[in-house]
Design a protein around this ligand. Sequence first.
Ligand code: 5GP
Ligand code: MN
Ligand code: MN
Length: 294
Amino acid sequence: MAHGMPSQGKVTISVDEYSSNPTQAFTHYNINQSRFQPPHVHMVDPIPYDTPKPGGHTRFVCVSDTHSRTDGIQMPYGDVLLHMGDFTELGLPSEVKKFNDWLGSLPYEFKVVIAGNHELTFDKDFMAELVKQDYYRFPSVSKLKLEDFDNVQSLLTNCVYLQDSDVTIKGFRIYGTPWTPWFNGWGFNLPRGQSLLDKWNLIPEGIDILMTHGPPLGFRDWVPKELQRVGCVELLNTVQRRVRPKLHAFGGIHEGYGIMTDGYTTFINASTCTVSFQPTNPPIVFDLPNPTSS
Ligand code: 5GP
Ligand code: MN
Ligand code: MN
């Protein structure tokens, strides 16, 4: 495939031989291919909020993992808000309402939101399992009646909610998906390997912006307290070898807040909350040239 060109024809991603051990995958591909270091990837500084938006561009404001702690967040100027999930602690309808009110108070022309593993009530299969077992793990969620959360998505009236789906906004084709590698049995958790790849295979080619809750391998996915990489290997291969969006925005690993690029795709981990759930990481703004209709 020529550098910088969209892939022609269909590329098929298969499960990586290091899929189940992302830390080992990172080491292997770095030693053998320098895959995660210069000149292949670079850190990127965020642009200051008062940077003038270039003509013919759209300004995206990225936040994630606000976890019902939106009160003190200073929101910058922009056109489109992207929120990459974990807007609540447990997906309680009261939290979703409060989040939706906050969205309603923001001046952006469009707001696009996906769920994360904390939005338990948005994951219907998770809820079906929860009622069968483990009342004491999430008592306030177990206590909900089906009619309280059956339509929880409809509480999000002030944004476009994406769940394995896409929307075109101002000419940008944006796809959003909530799934993350299994970790402690939260919502939208799936085993690494084929199960997650099946979800990534739903992402169409021709997407400009990809929103996922968690990071791909090697890009803002380091968990210092465990000395581990936890990004999804299949997600990385899907992004770099098949979908090739201009922007891949995510959160999920709060410690990974920041921006990197592989020279084609910009990777933004927009986690607002720190690892101790303090909402102190500023929203990240990113300008993209408007797609030319052809
Ligand atoms: P959350 O509970 O909001 O989904 O994630 C909060 C924190 O839990 C993250 O910042 C990270 O420290 C940890 N965490 C989340 N997902 C994973 C994972 O898949 N593996 C590991 N080791 N830690 C994770
Ligand atoms: Mn989170
Ligand atoms: Mn999360």
